[in-house]
Design a protein. Structure first.
Length: 70
């Protein structure tokens, strides 16, 4: 726990830094599966889709709640 701030008391210190106390640090492969199948975005209209060809390369920019590359 990080003492002195009730907001921060809801976090615990881990090898990757502070995280909420009810979270765990796990390897990515234990939290999700890698999919290699092709998906036609027109067949899944309820699922937002952005093709990689529309994302600029570079450092990620998280300003304004949106993720964009610089």
């Amino acid at each position: 726990m990080i003492p002195g701030n009730s907001f921060l008391d809801d976090f615990k210190e881990t090898e990757i830094g502070p995280i909420p106390v009810d979270w765990d640090v796990v390897q990515l492969g234990k939290a999700c599966q890698l999919g290699r199948e092709n998906v036609d975005p027109q067949e899944l209209p309820e699922m937002p889709y952005v093709g990689l060809e529309h994302i600029e390369s570079g450092e990620p920019n998280y300003e304004g709640g949106a993720i964009a590359a610089r």
